[in-house]
Structure formats: C-alpha cells, structure tokens
Design a protein around this ligand. Structure first.
Ligand code: ADP
Ligand code: MG
Length: 547
C-alpha cells in the first residue's frame, strides 16, 4: 500500500486513518469516512481502486470536481475518466467502451448519470467499489442537499457484493445516520478524523453595524494586502454591495453567487485559484470543489445558519497548514433574520436548533475551538490559545443599570419596539419612528447616550442571551420582557455583563443627538412614583408576557 502511495501519488506516508480506511475497502467492506476538507479523502478510494481488480465508480456532485480529479490522476499515470453532460457524444462513447473493456481504474460519474446507467453500462462493467463523494448531499439535513443523491440506495440493492465508501466533511450525527440509512450500508465502519485545524484563528466580532463592519473589513484587508481571502455574505445583493464598498476603498475583488452566469462564475473562480484576484465576495455557492491551498483568511459578513456551514467555509482557509485568520461578524439583525428564515422553512425545529448552536458559538465566552470541536463530537481538554476568547479572556462588570435602562425603555413603549427603535430611544436619536410615536417624550429618551450604538447592540445581545427579554418573531420582532428581566428592572437582582473589547474607540455621540444630562442611575426598584408608574404599565401587559 505504501509503495503504491509513493509510486502513484508521490507521498511518503499516510495521513491519520487513510491506511485503515483503505484496508477496509480492500477487504470489500463498507465505510463511512468523516474527514475535514483538505484532510485527504480522495486517496481513500483512489488507492483501493488501483489495488483492486476492475473499475471504481465514484459518484461526485460537481463536474468541476470530477475534472480536477481526473486530470490529476491522469498526470500521475492512472487511467481515469468522467462521464457527464459536459462531454460530447463521441467522448462519452469512448469512455463507455473503455469501461466495458476494463481499461479504466476509476470512473467519475454524476448521480443523474449513474441512475440512467444503472441497468445498462454498470451491468456490463467489472466494478471494484462505489465511492460516494460529498456524501452529505444525500441528507436533507445537510447544507448541499441534492435530491438525486437520495436514490443512491439502489447501488447496494443491485450490487450487494460491491463495497461502498461514503465520504464527507460534514460530521454531525443526524447527517451521519441519514447517509448510512439511505445508502443501505452494510454494517459500515465509521472513521472520524480530527476536525481540529489549529492553524486557523477564530475571531467573533459582535454587534457591529454595517458602517463599522465595512470600515473594519477595509482595514483588515489592507493589513493583509496580497493575501487571498473570501468574504461570505448572506445574500447575492450583499456580495455585490460589499464588493462595491471595497472597490470604493481601492480594493479589487470578485463576486460569486448563483445569480451569475456559469461563465462569470467560472471566470471568478479561475481568477481566484490562479491568484489573478485576491478576494472574492461570495454566497455559500462558492467553495465546494475549490482546491486552493493558500487562502489566508475567511470573513463571514453575516452569520451562517449552522455550524456545519461555518466549519466548511472557514475550512477553506489555511489548507497548506500555515497560520490563517477567520472573522465572524455577528449581529442581532442577522440573528432575527436567520430565525425568521428558519421558522419559515420546512424543518423548523431542526433548523432552529442548528441556528441556536451557531448562536451559542458566536456568543460564547469560553474557548471557541472547544465549542466548535465539541459540536463535531470531539472533546478537547485544553483551551486553544488561538481564538479571540483565549487571547482576550472576557472580564465582567455589574451592568444592572445598563440593563435597567434598556428594559425600562422597552416597558415605557408598552413593549411595542424592536432593537433599532430601542437604541434610538436610549441614545436620544430622532428617527421617523421615534417622532411618529412621540417616544422623545419618554423619561428614558437619551438615558443611554453615553454608550455608542454598537455597544448597545452588543449589550442587547448579551441581555437576550441572559434571558432578560425575548424577541416576538410573530409580532414585528418586538422585544418582550421576561420574568427575570422584571427582577432586574425592579432591583431584585443584579445583571452581570461582559466588557466589550474594541480594537479602536468610537466617538460616544454625534449627529442628531439632543444633549441632556445622563442619569447615572435610574430610580428604579426604589419605592416611589417612578416604579409605581412602571408597575402600572407592566400590569396591562401581563397577559402578553404570560404566553
Ligand atoms: P478532501 O477530499 O478530504 O478535501 P483531498 O483528497 O482533496 O481532500 O486532499 C487534500 C490534499 O491533501 C490534496 O492536495 C492531496 O494531494 C493531499 N494529500 C492527501 N493525502 C496525503 C498524504 N498522505 N500525504 C500528503 N498529502 C496528501
Ligand atoms: Mg474531496
């Protein structure tokens, strides 16, 4: 085995698990392989393909993936071909003949093709093994669901003696079980290699608004001039907007999303792989099948909808093992949007749960790598030292007054506001909504002017996380105070907040802010008219809070 590895692939040794996996296939037994992107999954079926008699059939979801693999196999002197719709008739006819004549060691094929050929070409071939690459595409729970993959179960039914190896970088338990069940795998051995990528640094920046985010990204990109990086955005429009924003700052970058023509997309991808452009602003459509080792950074302009997506996307950085950086921007706005998406989706509870795990990661104040790895079932016993929490352990302070100010403002609007209006009230900013509803008359108007908006965003996230209020997603995302929020509001408990770390200070107030003295403390929780009045306001709201 080692000799074959050296002769055909030029590698000196196996990576962890490769040898065991290869042996399992040579023994004609089924295997499920979970290995991070760049971990070396291909060898796990390519090497058995060389050692076994017959032709290995590899199911692969992308033509570009097949092309790359076939080219590199051929350059190593291995007979391989891909059967797909990008070939012309003669090419496909030649490949078919080579298959029947047993001239190929590996045949790459799309799932659609495979289903079409199952009673014809496949019957006439001598098949050594089936490999299902990117096997998470089989699962609705996965993030690249491909309906054709769900029919791959026929392989085991029609060819029960031929071993099946399924490979993916998506390791979560539901997906794993789904793959095994749908492929009817026969007592498969599951191989899970470490998902740790210690060379990738992990940073989360919370509560930034668009302007600060853009500034911060511009600065980051300039600091990393000449390095390749990807900026992932939630929507097609955002990719265009972020690209424009960077271009305005004199930074060139490409755009990639499913709304562009195939030609445009290929061009951008090619330019990026060949270092003609350094940066791509992209949706999640960008990445699968990109084998580029020197991506130095990945920025998430918006929060991904699950840890799997997040891990896959940051995993595109640093495949050469050199230090690489990742930054996730996390805001309350994104959280609300994603929650609403999840609620509207078919698999509400599963999607919401995945989102909550992502949220916990973003809000964590313990080592982020431990959280990430534990999501994939790996328990690490020590902190990584290469995430923002490890580098900058959070310190806490008594934030009771801050929390009271926010909660009091919510109550005074009869809980009829979302975060934006709340911050406007706290900051004493006049917007259409504020003046339209007369909120400038509230006692709490401007009581939080000493705290910049982006810090308010952060504190509000913390308060949400601490359970002081909830977001009524079915009521215009209005904020509703909880029982424990009421306790803080009426001085029955203390609220501890995490100190916000900023790279650079921002001006505390500017623009349309009306100057007036900022009360250091609200006279809340004390006997007196103010809290009586608040109690009154709350009494009327009791019913809506109860449910
Ligand atoms: P995956 O499919 O898991 O994302 P690949 O199979 O494409 O990963 O392999 C990623 C990179 O690692 C490739 O450049 C491959 O040539 C290299 N590689 C795989 N196995 C070894 C090995 N044993 N020694 C050195 N490099 C390897
Ligand atoms: Mg692969």
């Amino acid at each position: 085995m080692l000799q074959t590895l050296k002769t055909y692939f030029g590698y000196e040794q196996f990576r962890p698990l490769q040898e065991e996996i290869i042996q399992r296939i040579i023994d004609k037994k089924d295997a499920l392989v979970l290995m991070p992107t760049g971990g070396g999954k291909s060898i796990c079926y390519q090497l058995p393909a060389l050692l076994l008699e017959g032709t290995a059939v590899i199911v692969s979801p992308l033509i570009s993936l097949m092309k790359d693999q076939v080219e590199s196999l051929r350059s190593n002197g291995i007979e391989a071909a891909a059967l797909n719709s990008s070939n012309d008739e003669t090419e496909n006819a030649n490949i078919r003949r080579a298959c029947v004549d047993g001239k190929l060691k590996l045949l790459y094929i799309s799932p659609e093709r495979l289903l079409a050929e199952i009673d014809y070409l496949l019957r006439d071939m001598h098949i050594s093994l089936f490999a299902i690459d990117e096997a998470h595409c089989i699962s609705q729970w996965g993030h690249d669901f491909r309906p054709e993959y769900t029919q791959m179960g026929v392989l085991h039914q029609q060819f029960p003696k031929i071993p099946i190896i399924a490979l993916t970088a998506t390791a979560d338990k539901i997906t794993r079980e789904d793959i095994i069940r749908q492929l009817h795998m026969d007592d498969p051995q599951i191989f899970i290699s470490s998902f740790d990528r210690p060379n990738i640094s992990l940073t989360v920046r919370r509560g930034h608004q668009a302007k600060e985010k853009n500034k911060s990204i511009g600065e980051f990109v300039r600091r990393h001039a000449g390095e390749s990086g990807i900026i992932y955005c939630m929507s097609r429009n955002k990719t265009e907007a972020v690209a424009q924003m960077l271009q305005k700052q004199g930074i060139q970058c490409g755009v990639y999303h499913a709304g562009l023509s195939a030609q445009q997309r290929n061009e951008t991808q090619d330019d990026f792989i060949n270092d003609r452009i350094q940066i791509v602003c992209a949706t999640i459509a960008f990445g699968m099948g990109i084998d580029k080792s020197n991506v130095r950074w990945v920025i998430h302009y918006n929060m991904p909808k699950s840890m799997e997506s997040f891990y896959q996307e940051i995993g595109r950085a640093g495949r050469d093992g050199l230090p690489s950086d990742t930054i996730l921007f996390y805001s309350l706005g994104d959280l609300i949007l994603l929650t609403n998406f999840a609620k509207e989706s078919g698999q509400q509870s599963s999607n919401l749960e995945k989102l909550q795990r992502m949220q916990q990661y973003a809000e964590a104040d313990i080592c982020r790598r431990r959280i990430l790895l534990s999501y994939f079932g790996e328990i690490s016993t020590k902190d990584c030292g290469n995430c923002d929490v490890c580098k900058n352990p959070p310190s806490r302070f008594d934030g009771t007054v801050i929390v009271q100010k926010a909660l009091s403002a919510i109550v005074r609007t009869e809980q009829q506001i979302g975060t934006r209006a709340l911050i406007d009230i706290l900051r004493g900013s006049y917007s259409a909504e504020i003046t339209g509803k007369g909120y400038q008359e509230l006692k709490t108007f401007g009581v939080g002017r000493d705290i910049p908006p982006r810090d308010w965003h952060d504190y509000l996230l913390q308060m949400l996380h601490l359970g002081y209020f909830e977001i009524a997603y079915n009521e215009n995302n209005h904020l509703k105070i909880t029982e424990s929020g009421k306790d803080i509001l009426f001085g029955k408990g203390k609220a501890t907040l995490v100190v916000i770390h900023r790279e650079e200070p921002v001006a505390a107030s500017k623009g349309k802010t009306k100057k007036k003295a900022i009360p250091k403390e609200l006279p809340l929780g004390l006997p007196g008219t103010e809290s009586e009045e608040l109690f009154e306001a709350l009494r009327g709201l009791r019913t809506s809070l109860a449910n």
